[in-house]
Ligand binder design. Structure first.
Ligand code: AFP
Length: 322
């Protein structure tokens, strides 16, 4: 089976970028081990702290963030990092070419119930002659990403990775500590009868999403004339993995539940990398009104609405938004 570095070399990936990806994966192997230890290593449960976004931090949020941050900054391959768990960006090697945004442990509330969690990352080039301490170096649209991926810590540890030449899956061989290519060029089926949304927010959605979901729920006697199935893992990384594997529509739409927080998912380290993986597998990723990867960010923790997945179903959903 092919190993990760040769696959990326064949794609013509710059050596520095490959080294950076391998650095992220070194941290992810450690995270995979820690998550797998669960209650044995005393890392479950919450801290007493909140992050800048007002969310209670899990012990594993803090630990995984520290692991990724330390290994990335020590590697010398990154000019700066942005993390869900860091209030501000952190400067690294001023001469490095790349910047990395990451969610160290997406779906961290799942850790306490031994369910799916994952690390999401997005890599971009730092602008020429930029200042490593200037957070504006992250204010680039997702279409500038040179690589994006996630590592899903499930029954097996799976890496989904794109460097702009398709989306591939690698599985961690825990005996040898190596990520091995297990699926070349994943393709999201264009048609689907499966969707993922937190239905408990239904009364807070905008009319377009209300109408779309009502028509799915109406099943074969409704306007769609067929039955749909619903799944919700409460970790975007798990839901997107399912969509990449067998198709589906995943959405976390705008809602009016909290007027100060109309959107939930973060653009830089959740929506953008997932959008790149989905598009590279033939799917669509939109906010409902625009392509996610075209959005010009104005803050590192900016949130956006997300509708992504199987091409035909996302297009149908977008038609309700016109
Ligand atoms: P964390 O990044 O704080 O772990 O949150 C996970 C998440 O942002 C995303 O991965 C899920 O899709 C979503 O939250 C689940 O939210 P609900 O609480 O509405 O189920």
């Amino acid at each position: 089976m092919r190993r990760l570095p040769p696959v990326l070399l064949e794609d013509g990936c710059p050596r520095e970028l490959i080294s950076l990806i391998r650095t992220i994966l070194a941290a992810c192997k450690e995270i995979s081990f820690r998550v797998g230890q669960g209650a044995l290593s005393g890392v479950l449960g919450s801290t007493l702290d909140e992050n800048i976004q007002g969310e209670t931090q899990k012990k594993l949020d803090v630990l995984t963030n520290q692991l990724l941050k330390d290994i990335l900054l020590e590697s010398g391959y990154v000019k700066a990092i942005a993390s869900e768990e860091e209030d501000y960006t952190v400067a690294g090697n001023p001469d490095a070419s790349y910047i990395v945004a990451f969610d160290p442990l997406d779906g961290s509330s799942n850790t306490d119930i031994n369910s799916l969690v994952g690390t999401i990352f997005s890599i971009m080039r730092a602008p020429e002659n930029s200042d490593a301490a200037d957070e504006r170096i992250f204010m680039q649209p997702g279409k500038n990403q040179v690589a994006a991926g996630y590592v899903l810590y499930g029954p097996s540890t799976v890496l989904a990775l794109t460097t702009g030449k398709g989306t591939r899956f690698f599985t961690l061989d825990k005996t040898h500590g190596t990520f091995l290519l297990t699926e070349d060029f994943a393709k999201v089926p264009e048609e689907t009868s499966e969707f993922a949304i937190n239905a408990s927010n239904q009364r807070h959605w905008q009319p377009a999403m209300q109408n779309y979901i009502n028509d799915l729920l109406a099943g074969e006697t409704g306007p769609r004339a067929r039955n749909f199935n619903m799944r919700w893992i409460a970790a975007m990384v798990g839901d997107v993995h399912r969509v990449l594997c067998r198709g589906g529509l995943f959405t976390y739409p705008t809602d009016t539940k909290d007027p100060n927080k109309p959107n939930k998912l973060r653009l830089l380290y959740e929506a953008n990398p997932m959008a790149m993986l989905i598009e590279q597998a033939g799917g669509i990723a939109s906010t409902g009104t625009e392509r996610i990867m075209d959005i010009q960010p104005d803050a590192i923790h900016q949130r956006v609405a997300v509708i992504l997945g199987s091409k035909n179903e996302v297009e149908t959903c977008l038609n309700y938004h016109k």
